[in-house]
Design a protein around this ligand. Structure first.
Ligand code: FO1
Length: 320
């Protein structure tokens, strides 16, 4: 069994590549839920949905989130209520786009939560509905909320930072509310303990993998089996594959290079996969305590993604 620690788009693309080299039923993804949000009373899990939709071949390829061939009639209809909304009301937020078909996923999840189902159960049901054979697990069934402190503004929710501010504002702090009380689910804990190899996907180390690492026992479990844990750098040539990871690393006092990523992951993973463009930094990566594995890691074709997955697994001791 292979376990992948996952955020959103980068992880979803890595998992797509992994599916070319490992049977789906041998793969478990433990997915960040710190980005989860409630809009219009609906419980939304962006990273779980991005992974689900991508693996189902249903993701919108340009946006990298939401469903392809989507329509937006509900969002358009919502605009009618904006002028009548009292000044102190948060009703009818129109900055977070929910497509008509995507809404069905959030309706289902929200209704099942109201019936008392756990997020783990619901995630399995949604994955099944989309025909997935990969096991998708939320990192926790408890609520963990990533909050971002924005310079000159103060603390806001992750989605207010990412979508509403288009992640174009400087960040001075990140914290994960509830992580100290939240527990890794039993399923996720077994996926960490029992896997033949663990891959930390090319996701944002601070706000995608960070919430997972903030849960009690995760770093301890990973460091105890460090030799079979490999990370894939989300930073290539000093830039993020997608999203604000590069700027965020710099703003929060880390180096926005594969060396900065290696410093964050050295305690929990023995190897870091880096792109050939960063090959000149391999010795610095090794100096901070990680083996550097150089392989093309910009996942622009399925052949590159599959090869990346194969090489990452080999670095964690699994030959496929
Ligand atoms: N990302 C955007 O940039 N704009 C949106 O309006 C937006 C809506 C949205 C709705 C459902 C969903 O599952 C994801 C959505 N995302 C949107 C993506 C999401 O905010 C980010 O990709 C992740 O939170 C970062 O991993």
């Amino acid at each position: 069994m292979i376990t992948v620690l996952a955020g959103g788009v980068g992880a979803a693309r890595f998992l797509s590549g992994l599916l070319h080299v490992v049977p789906a039923t041998d793969i478990t993804a433990v997915v960040n839920t710190g980005d989860d949000t409630v809009m219009h009373g609906l419980y939304i899990c962006p990273d779980l949905d991005t992974v689900t939709y991508t693996l189902a071949g249903a993701i919108d390829p340009e946006r990298g989130w939401g469903l392809r061939d989507e329509s937006w009639r509900a969002m358009e209809a919502l605009a009618r209520f904006v002028p009548v909304r009292p000044p102190n009301s948060h009703a009818a937020p129109t900055w977070f786009n929910l497509g008509d078909q995507d809404l069905a996923t959030h309706f289902y999840r929200t209704a099942r939560i109201a019936e008392g189902a756990t997020l783990t159960e619901i995630t399995g049901e949604i994955a099944h509905a989309f025909g997935l054979h990969v096991r998708l697990l939320p990192m926790t069934d408890d609520r963990v909320e990533t909050r971002v402190t924005v310079v000159d503004e103060g603390e806001i929710s992750f989605q207010e930072y990412f979508v509403q501010r288009r992640h174009s504002v400087a960040v001075s702090d990140v914290r994960f509310i509830g992580a100290d009380r939240a527990a890794l689910t039993g399923h996720a804990a077994r996926a960490l303990m029992g896997a033949d190899a663990i891959v930390i996907a090319p996701s944002n180390p601070l706000v995608s993998i960070g919430p997972l690492r903030a849960l009690a026992g995760v770093d301890t479990a990973l460091s105890a089996r460090r030799e079979s844990v490999v990370a894939v750098s989300p930073i290539v040539g000093g830039a993020a594959l997608k999203g604000p990871a590069d700027r965020m690393l710099g703003e929060l006092g880390h180096e926005s290079t594969v060396v900065g990523v290696a410093r964050l992951y050295a305690p929990i993973a023995a190897a870091l996969v880096i792109d050939p463009i960063d090959a000149h930094l391999a010795r610095e990566v090794e100096a901070v305590g990680m083996r550097a594995i150089v392989v093309p890691s910009i996942m622009s074709t399925s052949a590159i993604s599959a090869n990346l997955a194969r090489v990452a697994l080999a670095a964690a001791g699994v030959v496929v």
